[in-house]
Write a new protein. Structure first.
Length: 102
C-alpha cells in the first residue's frame, strides 16, 4: 500500500478543519511515531457505529496531508486490511480516526 498516490478525499470529513487542526494533528502524530507507541486508534465516538467499532493500528509511516486533511496508513483491527485513514487531534490532545479513505 505504501505508494505516494493520494487517496480519494470523497470520504474525508472536512467540516471544522483548519490550519490549526492540521498543525495540531501532525504534531501529535509525530510525537506518537517518535514514542514508538503500539497504541491502537479508535474512530471518533459519533462515527464508531458506522465503522462497526473498528480500531486501527498505525503503520508508523509519515502522516500525509491534503489541504487540511491528515491521513495515515494503518491496519484495520477487525479485517487486517491496510488502508489510508483520516485522523484528527481532538481538543483533549488525543488522536481519533474520522474515515477510511480507500
Amino acid at each position: 500500500m505504501s505508494d505516494n498516490a493520494t487517496p480519494s478525499m470523497d470520504k474525508a470529513i472536512t467540516a471544522g478543519l483548519s490550519e490549526v487542526t492540521l498543525a495540531r494533528t501532525l504534531e501529535l502524530y509525530d510525537a506518537h511515531r517518535a514514542s514508538g507507541s503500539e497504541r491502537i486508534l479508535n474512530f471518533r465516538g459519533d462515527l464508531a457505529e458506522r465503522y462497526n467499532y473498528d480500531k486501527i493500528k498505525p503503520l508508523m509511516t509519515r502522516a500525509r496531508e491534503h489541504g487540511n486533511v491528515v491521513y495515515i496508513e494503518a491496519v484495520s483491527h477487525k479485517t487486517g486490511e491496510t488502508g489510508h485513514y483520516q485522523i484528527l487531534a481532538n481538543q483533549w490532545k488525543l488522536l481519533e480516526v474520522l474515515a477510511r479513505l480507500d
